[in-house]
Ligand binder design. Sequence first.
Ligand code: SAM
Length: 343
Amino acid sequence: MNVSGKMSLYRLPPLPTIREIIQLYNLRAEKQLSQNFLLDLRLTDKIVRKAGNLKNHYACEVGPGPGGLTRAILNCGVEELLVVEKDTRFIPGLKMLNDASMGKVRIVHGDILTYRMDRAFPNHLRKAWEDDPPNVHIIGNLPFNVSTPLIVKWFEEIANRTGPFSYGRTQMTLTFQHEVAERMIAPVGNKQRSRLSIMTQYLCNVKHCFSIPGRAFVPKPEVDVGVVHFTPLIQPRIEQPFKLVEKVVQSVFHFRRKYCYRGISMLFPEVQRTKLTEQMLTLANVEPTLRPPDLSMKHFQGLCNAYSELCNKDPNLFAYNFREELRQKRLHDTPTQESDVGR
Ligand code: SAM
């Protein structure tokens, strides 16, 4: 059967507009679920175009809501579209799209943060990591309140080749608050350079495709939105376990405006702090007076390798967490302060 020929002719039949669907099912936007709907079909089509050729692909849409972006995805001839939506009110409208597309929509009523994507698609789609990306694509106009935890979870799954990345280097086209998108792509020395820049760029080729003004959404959010495309790298730019990279990057950026040695020193217990910080900087060949936003990916690679080496020498080191130490100190200090007040 010539599937691609058949698909290219495929368009959804005439349907009520998204505005009519919203009225029909009385779908008032819920603030707690970060609901901002995109009703402009030119914009939903543009997001889908940035995902590349989806013909015969298996796509997963996060938070389809009333289905604007869902229609645009279906119109480009996907083989199957899995939608994961937390709010039950949208399910009847999504069922209507499933009927209109002759059963192409698989509806999951659930939470994307816990949904297991490692078994979501047929096995024959799995590809070797070094191969081209598989015919699986994740798309979504993400709810703002879950977008950062969700992408960090997916970064960890990229590093471990689990979840949607057990199928290979699954690509993603997702929306974020404009400022978050800027942080993801920020190069060395940029004022948006942050933890998220390093975590994104060490694992993915990332592209900020275009921005959508807040006024394009209903209701209008306070901020503009950036559409970002991710392709996992064959070879991560830092070859250390995700948790180790996350810990080093988090410590370095803890004192964003100070010299980098300050944040790096927080990786070590007080008694060894000076000695081990010096050792780590020497091993990594990093100038202690560079500021975190001025550290390149090569610097982070050196720092993570150096920290790994120090952790190998002292297996208790990785468990050290200065935030936990600080918390314990505060807990310990409180009764003294109270008794001072009581005196
Ligand atoms: N895709 C629609 C659009 O572009 O008009 C709606 C986008 S709206 C910004 C976010 C959607 O994600 C809402 O439909 C909301 O109910 C859903 N959502 C929020 N939290 C979710 C979660 N944890 N898992 C799945 N869906 C969620």
